[in-house]
Design a protein around this ligand. Structure first.
Ligand code: SAM
Length: 320
């Protein structure tokens, strides 16, 4: 379906839980987040129903995220159900990778096409620091399992954080020389209570090009992909730059979001949320709600304006 700006909305990102087994400093506030009642969270069947209706509006791709989607009970069953919905061509998942060793094979068998794995550093101690206790080895084991299960091509999300991982940019870029992977650098966005922290630790992605002058721009097949792609000469993999702040991509945004507690978000960076859970639970028709969410999708976000106030909901409750 086209929104008011003429953008074709065909991508639904679903946060399946706001729980996470890591505590990334930029994603989860210091004091944590209030745990929701089980009954506030959409069930597997409710999510399936919303995806079915979305597919009638032209949604073709679904990404499961969180929180950490792999801590959600029934995640494999959910992937299977969504993969079987007519009109859904691709089910993908964004994960911190720590539980992939356990789930990669069954997710692939259930119909999952691809995974994006978040990994902000290649150093054990720094990984433990930024995630407040995570073990890098768990992610590395997860990556191996994902490769062996055929969840490819693998994409890695690296959030650039000033003074934390800007000294590892070349190491990440060099991984693309021998590996058929995408390393995607993401600009740190001010969201929720950590908004100030994010503003202080922001570095524009142009630093990746400054540090790697050999990178050559390559055309992306998917025009609505948020990443601009580059390659090192002779490299097997690609480098992606996702620049929501220094060069936003709102004019080609093709997505809406569904939170774990049943709100549709037309834009990640707007406080506007439309409740879909109560209509669903009262047996009502959710098609008009999804239609409205697409209609009211803002033209663009305002993150790069001086007086911008970060949205209230935390990233862990929306699903990056
Ligand atoms: N737990 C999963 C993971 O770690 O990938 C999925 C949820 S996480 C919120 C999704 C993505 O959002 C991750 O790549 C994470 O690094 C990114 N992210 C979280 N907070 C962010 C922020 N403030 N700015 C940019 N990216 C952020």
């Amino acid at each position: 379906m086209l929104d008011e700006e003429g953008r074709e909305i065909n991508y639904l990102r679903i946060s399946v839980t706001d729980l996470c087994n890591l505590r990334c400093r930029y994603c989860i506030p210091e004091e944590g987040i209030l745990k929701k009642c089980h009954s506030d969270i959409l069930s597997v069947e409710e999510i399936e129903q919303i995806v079915k209706v979305s597919s009638k509006l032209g949604v073709k791709k679904v990404r499961l995220t969180g929180g950490e989607p792999l801590v959600r009970k029934g995640i494999v069953e959910l992937v299977k159900k969504i993969s079987n919905i007519q009109g859904i061509n691709e089910v993908a998942l964004t994960t911190n990778g720590t539980l992939l060793k356990k789930y990669a094979k069954s997710l692939k068998e259930a119909g999952l096409k691809r995974v994006n794995i978040s990994i902000d550093t290649l150093q054990e101690k720094k990984y433990e620091y930024i995630t407040k206790g995570g073990k890098l080895q768990d992610v590395l084991d997860g990556i191996k399992a994902a490769k062996e299960s055929g969840l490819s091509p693998l994409k890695f999300n690296v959030v650039l954080i000033k003074g934390f991982n800007d000294d590892e940019i070349e190491n990440f870029v060099n991984l693309t020389l021998e590996n058929e992977v995408d390393i995607r650098f993401i600009e740190l966005m001010p969201i929720g209570e950590n908004g100030d922290w994010a503003q202080r630790h922001f570095i524009p992605n142009t630093i990746v090009l400054d540090k790697n002058p050999d990178l050559i721009p390559v055309a992306s097949k998917d025009k609505s992909a948020p990443a601009k792609h580059y390659k090192l000469p002779g490299a097997k993999g690609r480098v992606g730059l996702i620049n929501p702040i220094s060069s936003h991509f709102c004019s080609s945004c093709n997505r809406i979001r569904l939170t774990a507690d049943g709100k549709v978000k037309p834009c990640l960076h707007s406080n506007e949320e439309i409740d879909i859970r109560s209509t669903l639970r009262q047996g009502g028709n959710v098609l008009p709600i999804l239609t409205k969410a697409i209609k009211v999708k803002p033209k663009q976000h305002h993150m790069n304006e001086e007086d911008y106030t970060p949205i209230a909901r935390e990233m862990v409750q929306i699903g990056g």
